[in-house]
Design a protein around this ligand. Structure first.
Ligand SMILES: Nc1ncnc2c1ncn2[C@@H]1O[C@H](COP(=O)(O)OP(=O)(O)OP(=O)(O)O)[C@@H](O)[C@H]1O
Ligand SMILES: [Mg+2]
Length: 274
């Protein structure tokens, strides 16, 4: 299983939106996708459970605490080919409760190990805060993708994130961790948006994905309908852009898992006790 975290130290840059639409796009391409919601805001969980939230079952908080196996916390979503390890608001407490525990930076890496042949790719949503939770994510995933929305302070925090990646590689277990790229989200045809894009491309060159995601009302509508933009508005500019971004990511997700896996494509999200 490959793994990509959507991460940025700045809030509201399009992490969750990008995660959801890339998840949907990869699933449409036949890949078996696991979404791991490592953001206590639980926005991805809300969309993927059609507004129901994680329910009574175990979530990533219990997995991190060691009181549930990751396998037992998985949720089937209404998005075909996409399963979910949900977040709940008490995930924020993990940062405190694990602070003095042994192996605190390795909890997620260890918990995900048994799932590694069950999915083609895990996509991890994260919150904008620097936290033990995010260190756990960095110590597990292969790659980090950073959404950037052009505007004032758009690059804020990128340096700290690069330092965090270096430190995880040096001091923790994940020596192969790489900054995969920067993706421009919510781009507009304004001078400031185009300026930032130009600057970013000349500064970071190949590190910037070729695709830029336009600002589109269709994206916000799709969230409120608990759909991907492909389902909500397949002809929109945002759907076309996300399809192009998925094409850029697909070569990294080359393998197809043979295992049929858990149920998928149900009409409602339920905890799968199977
Ligand atoms: N391409 C887009 N066009 C229009 N609105 C967008 C687009 N992408 C994201 N948004 C909106 O911008 C807001 C922030 O997006 P999103 O929640 O994906 O960011 P985030 O980085 O996950 O935020 P947080 O740091 O709070 O987790 C949301 O209201 C979302 O609907
Ligand atoms: Mg988010």
């Amino acid at each position: 299983m490959k793994s990509i975290a959507l991460m940025s130290e700045k809030g509201g840059t399009g992490k969750t939106t990008t995660l959801l639409n890339v998840a949907a796009g990869l699933a449409r391409s036949g890949r078996k996708v696991l979404v791991v919601d490592a953001d206590p805001q639980a926005n991805a969980t809300m969309v993927l459970t059609a507004g129901q939230g994680p329910g009574e079952g175990a979530t990533l908080a219990e997995v991190m605490a060691g009181t549930s196996r990751a396998d037992d916390a998985l949720v089937v979503t209404a998005w075909e080919g996409v399963e979910l390890l949900p977040a709940s608001p008490n995930l924020a407490e993990v940062n405190l409760s694990l602070a003095n525990e042994l192996g605190r930076e390795r909890r997620l890496r260890k918990a995900m190990e048994p799932l590694k042949s069950d999915y083609d790719i895990a996509l991890v949503d994260t919150g904008p805060a620097r936290s033990l939770l995010n260190v756990n994510v960095l110590n597990w995933v292969d790659q980090v993708v950073v959404p950037i929305s052009p505007g004032l302070f758009s690059l804020a925090g990128l340096g700290q994130l690069q330092t965090a990646i270096d430190e995880v590689r040096t001091y923790l277990d994940n020596q192969n961790l790489a900054l995969r790229g920067l993706v421009l989200t919510m781009c507009e045809r304004t001078a400031v948006s185009m300026d930032v894009e130009r600057q970013l491309r000349s500064l970071y060159e190949d590190l910037v994905f070729g695709t830029t995601i336009p600002r589109s009302v269709r994206v916000e509508e799709s969230h409120s309908r608990f759909q991907s933009v492909f389902e909500h508005s397949p002809q929109s500019s945002a759907a076309k852009a996300y399809a192009a971004l998925v094409e850029e990511i697909l070569p990294y997700v080359e393998r197809k898992t043979n295992r049929p896996g858990k149920r998928s494509g149900g009409t409602s999200a339920t905890h799968d006790a199977a």
